[in-house]
Design a protein around this ligand. Structure first.
Ligand code: FAD
Ligand code: SF4
Length: 396
């Protein structure tokens, strides 16, 4: 790949320019002069996960190995939770804790993370945090597309040489593609899995359609018990079964970028912290390389861990959900609740739940790309995702 020095790209900066057009996930790269690299770097223009895996981890995933196929390159995987959770964190706050340790021990000079604006708890405000307080203020998901990479120019201007970036897959793919241009001596990447993200307007529609009190929702998560958990300002939790979601109204809510994403598990981060491969209440940790292990080691005395487990068989449930989603079938609430209870008892658990979620999203997204961007299908869908999708019978 031939790259021209990025400083020459200043003139190309109009922030409204988004070469990925409707597939843009607002990752922020195009708000900076690194827009010059967008054709190579953008996750939605140039899918290059295997190449960047090799650059980052020293190898790409082995498609014959089931863990690699589904969860990407890894050297360790476990379930974990903080013995003293951080109040107000998305789960137990492992992400914020690692970031604070890295900063206070001097491993990094700054942390790219995302706070919210003063007016709106769900409006993302990416920052380079230089104090533990600023990192803590970024805890909890902003479940909206967030331009985290918009701060990349400030890194170079600040003269920082050691940096931690926290982000989701599309942000991290673009970051890895321009990593060598940032002038850093050391870059650590702490990733979270990510799926079904929305614009701020889309989020409002989701909350209005799904929650009993949209204006008091503090955070929500699609949990392993097949229910959406909404936490409200008064501390109460509202549960809505997946199968009761108003699919017909919500089908268009998810951002087109997320409907065409095949990097659910954040393949290019050094360390991934999510929940979907862990038992309910626990976080799921994937250590991809030695840098990731170095980061996790910092918090070993603040977490309890257990080995990952896997139970059940997802395949039939995934196959049945494909036409149901396609036809936007919505069950009456009593049936949705009943189905939720049954599937919670006999359904997939642990890593099998993670595979259930990956299969469901990859089949849906494959159909989306095939129908809406057929010319992109071959290059955009990575081989591992093709192999996963091939297990199922898809409608045309
Ligand atoms: P905290 O300590 O609360 O820290 C959260 C961190 O997330 C903060 O540092 C903040 O900078 C960062 N962040 C917040 N919003 C965004 C954003 N929009 N873009 C980038 N970074 C952000 N895990 C799964 O297993 N399956 C999923 O489907 C899944 N979907 C997710 C969707 C989104 C949009 C996000 C941001 C995360 C998702 N996760 C998912 C990860 C999971 O919800 C938790 O974020 C993760 O387990 C860390 O929890 P924590 O308590 O350690 O994080
Ligand atoms: Fe630019 Fe990022 Fe949008 Fe791609 S996803 S067009 S790199 S802002």
């Amino acid at each position: 790949m031939t790259l021209v020095p990025h400083k020459k790209a200043k003139a190309l900066k109009p922030s409204s320019r988004r070469p990925a057009k409707e597939l843009c996930s607002e990752c922020g790269l195009c708000d900076t002069y690194y827009i010059h690299y967008v054709k190579e770097a953008c996750a939605f223009i140039n899918q290059q996960i295997p190449e960047l895996e090799t650059q980052t981890h020293g190898r790409s995933r082995d498609l014959e190995n089931e863990d690699d196929l589904y969860f990407g390159v890894s050297q360790d995987m476990m379930a974990a939770r903080k013995t003293e959770p951080i109040p107000g964190a998305q789960w137990t706050g492992i992400v914020s804790t690692i970031a604070i340790e890295m900063l206070t021990r001097g491993m990094v000079e700054g942390v790219v993370c995302v706070q919210n604006t003063e007016e709106d708890r769900f409006q993302p405000k990416p920052i380079i945090a230089t104090t533990p307080e600023e990192i803590l203020a970024a805890r909890v998901n902003k479940p909206t597309l967030s331009p985290n990479l918009s701060v990349l120019e400030q890194i170079e201007q600040s003269g920082m040489k050691r940096l931690l970036v926290i982000g989701v897959g599309c942000q991290i793919q673009a970051l890895r593609a321009v990593e060598k241009k940032l002038g850093l001596e050391k870059l650590y990447v702490l990733g979270t899995p990510c799926t079904d993200n929305v614009t701020r307007a889309g989020l409002q529609k989701f909350l209005d359609t799904t929650s009993r009190s949209p204006e008091t929702v503090v955070y929500y998560e699609f949990m392993q018990d097949f229910q959406v958990h909404f936490k409200h300002e008064d501390g109460s939790t509202e549960l809505v079964p997946f199968f009761g979601l108003k699919t017909n109204e919500l089908k268009d809510v998810f951002a087109p970028s997320c409907l065409s994403c095949f990097d659910y598990v954040n393949s290019l981060a050094d360390l991934v912290v999510g929940y979907m491969g862990a038992p309910f209440g626990w976080q799921w940790i994937v250590v991809r390389n030695d840098r990731g292990q170095e980061m996790l080691d910092l918090v070993q005395d603040q977490i309890e861990t257990q080995p990952v487990m896997s139970k059940g068989d997802r395949r039939q449930a995934v196959q049945q959900s494909i036409p149901a989603y396609d036809k936007a079938v919505t069950l009456p609430m009593w049936a949705a609740k009943l189905m939720g209870v049954v599937i919670e008892k006999i359904g997939p658990k642990g890593l099998e739940y993670a595979r259930f979620s990956i299969d469901s999203h990859f089949t849906r997204n494959y159909l989306y790309v095939k129908r809406n961007h057929p010319e992109k299908l071959e290059q955009h869908v990575p081989d591992y995702a093709k192999r996963i999708v091939e297990q199922y019978k898809l409608p045309d």
